[in-house]
Design a protein around this ligand. Structure first.
Ligand code: M6R
Length: 609
């Protein structure tokens, strides 16, 4: 949440900052602002709304080679220009991503120094604190500030008397840095570094990056210079662009077959049998052999991938698997020991609650494995084991390709685990793996039918409420379909285990209410059809999703619309059905004239708790 960028180099800083902010805008888009060192001192420009609004406000003459920029997702203080970053107090101008939890106490203590905030933000208090501790020695001020600040932060700070220098420090919130011929850059996400370099480093917590146009010096708080661990980005600018698609979301929906292939490729061990292999990931079979219980924890869509993982694992491994939303896991006093494996799932690898859940799991002695998309992210670095999904950069706030890549990771893990535990033979695993290998092609076939979903979405566009129903895997997928729809269409929607409807929710099913019924699983197919009849009998407008090869015959007029997925083992139906749900959400949002990629009140990376 909140995108921050700092540039110091040989190009026009304001232009570079604006470009970077546009790339980071998915992290927050309530307001934006920049501050640059110019001939006349530090100049600040801020604006409510998106980066484009800020760009319109920039004075033509603001010559500078060094500055900082921020795009905000409001936490403390409403959406207003005065609350927009950068914030300034005395010598200090800064931008911040995170939350200062003890801001109130700090503000009280600072009152008698004559520093009175003008905004309602925690960030301004941090600027006031650092200013109060600054007497020309930035390292000393930062060292003392860190002792006092509680909460999460990534700061880029300019001191008025240190022209063309930016100091950065972080705790919790992300910050990555790179050097290039054009200059030095720091940002919340490597997406904003790509145009400069493919080599970057993650600033370790509590270390300071002193950024000048020729170098970035990383220091411990006591001033000791350290060498950062360099990482490489394996994709290029085009991966983070729309490439002819109207929205990132549509592009990312289309990228799913490829994302799955990329996630599978390094884990395919070809021989007589096709087995999953995690040698390159450093995950040994002992991990599975030493596990008698699995806990999965994550937030939002990543948690829905975990729900699918649970069904799959319990079915094939026959060991207890629980799924808990990370924000609850943290406070639920989980029962874990060294035989427990905690799987955390996160696209960004920075979600604050998921990170805290991971830390708790480690503290309780459990083994931890992260399914993460962003290389070098906090969750990836802090887990015992990492299984990277290779979905590439996901920019749209609504997660699509990350979700199906996370499913792929769960399938791979389950198949290997089942093989190691002797629950499946080599031949059985190999057959499943062949099925998984074909998923990309099946998804391409569904994508070819996107016009059908486009047409169908017209029927959903006026809806006020909408329900998704399903059983077992279809229920887990219903939860994902529902979050996708509500987050980008603003239609109230709920996902229900189909058998649960009669216990309350059926009272909401009245004439014309759309119900999307997923019936892809043979073992519960007949039961699902009964549930479809129940909602139809109450006047619901039913969109039924089944799969070619569902053997039970159904009456023609059982639903208003019928979508049929290509034939596959039931286990793989979630991949193809996910595309249908994503496309329905996408086109409905477009018909409603909404901002598909950046829905209101949301942000891509939730780095606050
Ligand atoms: O980066 P993460 O996977 O940890 O993010 C978790 C959720 O914030 C995220 O999946 C969110 O639910 C999506 N916007 C849903 O589309």
């Amino acid at each position: 949440m909140c995108g921050i960028i700092g540039f110091c180099g040989y190009l026009d800083a304001k232009e570079e900052l604006v470009k970077g902010l546009a790339e980071l805008e998915y992290r927050g888009y309530d307001s934006a602002g920049i501050a640059c060192f110019t001939e006349s001192g530090i100049e600040i420009v801020k604006s409510v709304g998106k980066v484009a609004e800020l760009e319109n406000k920039l004075p033509p003459r603001m010559e500078s080679g060094c500055g900082i920029g921020h795009t905000r997702w409001a936490t403390h203080g409403g959406v207003s220009e005065v609350n927009a970053h950068p914030h300034q107090c005395g010598n200090v101008t800064l931008i911040h991503n995170g939350i200062i939890e003890n801001y109130h106490e700090l503000a009280k203590a600072l009152e008698n120094t004559g520093r009175i905030p003008v905004s309602r933000t925690d960030t301004e208090i941090a600027a006031m604190l650092i200013d109060s501790l600054y007497n020309g020695d930035a390292m000393e001020a930062l060292r003392r500030a860190v002792e006092r600040l509680k909460g999460a932060y990534a700061f880029c700070i300019m001191f008025a008397d240190q022209k063309d220098v930016i100091y950065c420090i972080r705790k919790g919130s992300p910050l990555v840095c790179c050097s290039s011929e054009e200059g030095s850059v720091v940002a919340s996400d490597m997406v904003a570094l790509l145009r400069y370099s493919k080599e970057y480093f993650v600033l370790p917590e509590y270390q300071v990056a002193k950024v000048t146009k020729n170098t970035i010096t990383v220091m411990e708080l006591d001033g000791t210079v350290v060498s950062p661990v360099m990482l490489s980005i394996h994709w290029d600018m085009s991966a983070a662009q729309k490439n002819g698609f109207k929205h990132y979301m549509l592009k990312e929906i289309h990228e799913q077959p490829e994302a799955i292939r990329r996630t599978l490729a390094p884990r395919l061990k070809k021989g007589k049998y096709l087995l999953p292999d995690f040698s390159e990931d450093g995950i040994q079979d002992e991990l599975f052999q030493d596990t008698n219980r699995i806990m999965i924890t994550a937030c939002g869509t990543a948690m829905h991938a975990g729900m699918m993982g649970r069904i799959l694992m319990e079915r094939l491994l026959r060991i207890p698997v629980n799924v808990e939303v990370a924000s609850e896991f943290r406070y639920a006093d989980p029962i874990l020991d060294e035989k427990s494996l905690v799987i955390v799932v996160s696209q960004s690898g920075e979600t604050a609650d998921t990170l805290a859940a991971l830390r708790l799991a480690r503290k309780r002695g459990a083994k931890t494995l992260a399914i993460v998309n962003v290389k070098g992210s906090s969750i990836a670095r802090e887990s015992d084991y990492v299984l990277y999904t290779h979905a590439g950069p996901e920019i749209a706030v609504a997660s699509t390709k990350a979700y199906t890549a996370q499913l792929t990771a769960f399938y791979l893990l389950t198949f290997r685990f089942a093989y190691v535990a002797g629950k499946l033979s080599e031949g059985q695993v190999s057959d499943y793996m062949k099925g998984l290998n074909e998923v990309g092609e099946l998804m391409e076939r569904v994508l070819e039918q996107k016009d059908k979903m486009k047409e169908l979405s017209k029927r959903l566009t006026p809806a006020q409420d909408l329900f998704f129903i399903g059983r077992s895997m279809d229920y887990a997928l219903s939860c994902e379909g529902s979050i996708k729809l509500k987050e980008i269409t603003y239609i109230h929607s709920e996902a229900y285990a189909a058998g649960e409807l009669k216990h309350g929710t059926l009272s909401l099913i009245t004439g014309g209410v759309p119900v999307i019924a997923l019936a892809t699983q043979e073992d519960v197919f007949a039961k699902m059809i009964s549930n479809v009849k129940e909602v139809r009998a109450r006047g619901a407008m039913v969109i039924l999703i089944t799969k070619e090869g569902n053997t039970t015959a159904i009456e023609k007029d059982i639903c208003d619309e019928h979508l049929i997925l290509p034939a596959s083992d039931d286990l793989f139906a979630p991949f193809t059905a996910a595309i249908i749900l994503q496309l329905l959400a996408y086109y409905t949002s477009s018909y409603r004239g909404l901002d598909v990629d950046q829905p209101r009140n949301l942000a891509k990376s939730v780095t606050v708790e």
